[in-house]
Design a binder for this molecule. Structure first.
Ligand SMILES: C[S@@+](CC[C@H](N)C(=O)[O-])C[C@H]1O[C@@H](n2cnc3c(N)ncnc32)[C@H](O)[C@@H]1O
Length: 227
C-alpha cells in the first residue's frame, strides 16, 4: 500500500504532516543519522530501509559526505520524492524500488531506518529480517532504527499511547487522533523496546538504546569485528 493511503494524507504533504503525527520527529532522525559516524569505513555504504521522502538519507549524507547511500522503498511515488530531495547528491545515491523484506539487501557498513520497520508484523519475520541485516553488514557494521516501541505491560502501553495522542492533539481533535492510531494499528506492529532489542541480539548484534522519548526510541546494533 502507498504511504499516502496508509497515513491517510496527500504525499505532497508528507514532510509537514509527519511532524504532526510523530513527536520529536527531527530529534529522532538526527540521532539515527548520528549513528553513521560510528563506522570507521572511510567511504561507507549506507542502506536506508524505507527511505520515504529522504529526510533521514539527507542527514546521513550530510554527516558522511563521502558515503554512498542506497535507499530501498516499496512505494515508487515516494522514491521519486526522495530523488527530488536528494538531487544534489545523485552521484552518491542509488534507489531500489522493492520491499526490504524480499529484495536482496546490499553489502554495507551502515543500515538505518526510521518509522519503517514497524511494517514487519510478526516476531518471526522480524527475527529473520534482522538476521538478513546482520549478514548484509560488514564486520564493524552499524544498524540504527528509530521507531515507536510500545510496552509489554498494557497499562504502560496505555500511558505511551496517551503521550502520543497528546502530541497529535496539537493538530487534530481527540477523535481524529484516535482514528489515525486505530487505522495505523491495523497494519503496523510496535514491539516493545525490550523485545526488539532481544530480536537484534538473537540475530548477533550488540545492542544499545541510543535515545528514548517514549513511545519513540532509537536502537543501535553493532556487528563486532571478528578476531
Ligand atoms: C512512515 S514512512 C517513513 C519514511 C522515512 N524513513 C521518514 O522517517 O520520514 C515509512 C516508509 O517505509 C516504506 N516501507 C514500508 N514497508 C516497506 C517494505 N516492506 N519495503 C520497503 N519499504 C517499505 C514506506 O513506503 C514508507 O516510505
Amino acid at each position: 500500500m502507498s504511504v499516502a493511503r496508509h497515513l491517510g494524507i496527500d504525499l505532497a504533504d508528507y514532510d509537514q504532516r509527519i511532524r504532526t503525527f510523530i513527536p520529536h520527529y527531527e530529534e529522532m532522525l538526527d540521532v539515527v543519522a548520528g549513528a553513521v559516524r560510528l563506522t570507521s569505513a572511510r567511504q561507507p555504504t549506507i542502506v536506508d530501509l524505507g527511505i520515504g521522502t529522504g529526510a533521514l538519507a539527507a542527514r546521513c549524507l550530510a554527516a558522511r559526505p563521502r558515503a554512498l547511500l542506497i535507499g530501498i522503498d516499496s512505494d515508487g511515488d515516494i522514491l521519486a520524492a526522495a530523488a527530488r530531495r536528494l538531487r544534489r547528491s545523485l552521484k552518491r545515491l542509488r534507489l531500489i524500488h522493492g520491499s526490504f523484506a524480499r529484495t536482496r539487501l546490499p553489502k554495507c557498513d551502515v543500515m538505518v531506518a526510521t518509522l519503517a520497520l514497524h511494517h514487519i508484523r510478526t516476531a518471526r519475520a522480524k527475527h529473520r529480517f534482522y538476521q538478513r541485516c546482520f549478514r548484509a553488514l560488514r564486520p564493524g557494521g552499524v544498524f540504527a532504527s528509530g521507531d515507536a516501541f510500545l510496552a509489554d505491560d498494557s497499562p504502560v502501553t496505555e500511558q505511551f499511547l496517551a503521550t502520543w495522542r497528546r502530541h497529535m492533539a496539537r493538530s487534530y481533535s481527540t477523535r481524529q487522533a484516535r482514528a489515525f492510531l486505530r487505522s495505523w494499528a491495523r497494519e503496523d506492529r510496535y514491539f516493545s523496546l525490550g523485545s526488539e532489542g532481544a530480536m537484534l541480539r538473537a540475530a548477533g548484534f550488540r545492542v544499545e538504546v541510543l535515545w528514548r522519548r517514549a513511545p519513540f526510541g532509537v536502537l543501535l546494533g553493532r556487528k563486532e569485528h571478528v578476531g
